[in-house]
Design a protein around this ligand. Sequence first.
Ligand SMILES: Nc1ncnc2c1ncn2[C@@H]1O[C@H](COP(=O)(O)OP(=O)(O)OP(=O)(O)O)[C@@H](O)[C@H]1O
Ligand SMILES: [Mg+2]
Length: 255
Amino acid sequence: MLLEVEGLDVRYGRTHAVRAVSLSVGQDEVVTVLGANGAGKTSLLRALQGMVPAAGGQIRFDGVDITRMSPPQRLQRHLALVPEGRQIIISLSVHENLLMGAYCRHDAGVSRDVDGIYDRFPNLAARRDMPASVLSGGEQQMLAISRALLAKPRLMMLDEPSLGLSPLLVERLFGLLGSLRDEGLAILLVEQNTQMALEVASRGLVMELGNVVLEGSADALRHNDRLAAAYLGHAAPAAGPVSPPATPPSSNGRA
Ligand SMILES: Nc1ncnc2c1ncn2[C@@H]1O[C@H](COP(=O)(O)OP(=O)(O)OP(=O)(O)O)[C@@H](O)[C@H]1O
Ligand SMILES: [Mg+2]
């Protein structure tokens, strides 16, 4: 396995946001983490990125214990995060934002890879020297993903990339994720768009209050009645391992 997480805990003072979570992602696998607002999904990704410390447990990446490594050290090992809310710096140009993704690299291939990004995303190429503030939400998400790609990730983690995008752009985004998967990139995808996430992923986990309450193949999860009731808007059966969130998650994100 490329990523192996065992018994990971994240705490903020008295809040126990991630509780003994174990998961793995294989070399060319897409795994999705689902769950309602406040389930601990972002905390999990931030602990994997190194922005918040692990209060317990172990993270192994490519066979190496990275639990105590800094975020730049993890990025150098080609573990990249596309953060919640994209975190584009809107006062910098598109090009400057893009280059930030390569700040940990010391090889000579950066400019060739930047050209590759511009070939892939003509909208970004056309706005290369403009401030990132001119980009639409969908273009900003492409920029955030491109920035992560410039770190030459072996595993790309994405935190709710579809949030705030129109249905058409959500389609395009998931098309891109499918292409990256087909090119051999391993992906750990946090999403509230359960249906789309289970189409691109081969396996999934459902978090609730910091715990993994359900996991299985994408196919099994798609046909899981409780998950359907909680996240896919189907009729709710009486009992099961996943309880529905207090308020149904809207398709475009938090209330
Ligand atoms: N910096 C922080 N300090 C204190 N508590 C936090 C912090 N970040 C998150 N929390 C708490 O940790 C819990 C998990 O939050 P987290 O953001 O990881 O959930 P999430 O699943 O990503 O939710 P969402 O779907 O809203 O993005 C919540 O109870 C939240 O209030
Ligand atoms: Mg979150």
